[in-house]
Design a protein around this ligand. Structure first.
Ligand code: GSH
Length: 222
């Protein structure tokens, strides 16, 4: 299996957590932002990573999008399962996954890049890094107004998820795709001192899930 990724992408982290949880061997190829368009458009018709190339006879040649990839991995190797047997619980997990992917992962991106261009600039103030950060900020329209909305959305989301603090899993009695999505898509906040201070319980959960999946801890949490 080959995972095409950006090393810093939280959506790619979600897929690595799933691969790690299932102990499926894989290799990664880090694409260069910008040049990724040339490769991905012809391969998937999309412009985003993660993209998985199963590289095995009888398997699809390419699977794009973190949700599609995690569903594919469940058919590729059922055990240990990421899908819950109870239909109502599984639907809840899928809803949480979709909300985390489509709304919360985007808000995290706004807060993360805003931090890297401002208070967190010293993490890497090289011309190349700051240029990439500025391209991303323009691409996603990351402005003071959109960052403010993203911050409110994130605080609300973390409050919604706060019951996780007292339970091992977000849904049901076993690890599900909802736990992996939350751990991956909120992980970039671990670099931001304000979030680490206010939501230490969340980062403890994120660390715990990374350990279960054998995935390297995100920046700020190692
Ligand atoms: N819904 C997609 C989102 C993936 C996504 O937004 N990936 C970003 C990196 S974090 C990307 O590839 N952006 C490059 C682009 O849009 O050209 C998924 O779950 O895979």
């Amino acid at each position: 299996m080959l995972l095409l990724q950006f090393s810093t992408s939280h959506y790619c982290r979600k897929v690595r957590l799933a691969l790690g949880y299932k102990k499926i061997p894989y290799q990664v190829k880090n694409l260069t932002p910008g040049l990724h368009l040339l490769k991905l458009r012809s391969l998937t018709g999309l412009t985003t990573v993660p993209v998985l190339l199963p590289q095995k006879m009888g398997e699809p040649q390419v699977v794009a999008d973190s949700t599609q990839i995690s569903q594919y991995l469940e058919t590729y190797q059922k055990d240990p399962p990421l899908m819950l047997t109870d239909t109502t619980e599984q639907n809840q997990a899928l809803l949480l996954e979709d909300w985390l992917d489509e709304s919360i992962g985007t808000a995290t991106r706004f807060i993360y890049y805003n931090f890297r261009a401002g208070k967190g600039k010293s993490i890497d103030d090289s011309l190349f890094s700051q240029m990439l950060i500025n391209i991303v900020r323009r691409q996603y329209n990351i402005t003071p107004a959109t960052v403010k909305l993203a911050s409110k959305r994130l605080n609300n989301a973390i409050n919604v998820l706060s019951y996780w603090r007292y339970r091992p899993y977000l849904v049901g009695e076993q690890l599900s795709i909802a736990d992996l999505a939350a751990s991956a898509l909120l992980s970039p906040l671990g670099l931001i001192p304000e979030y680490r201070r206010n939501y230490s319980w969340l980062f403890n959960k994120i660390i715990e899930i990374h350990k279960i999946c054998g995935e390297k801890l995100p920046a700020g949490l190692s």
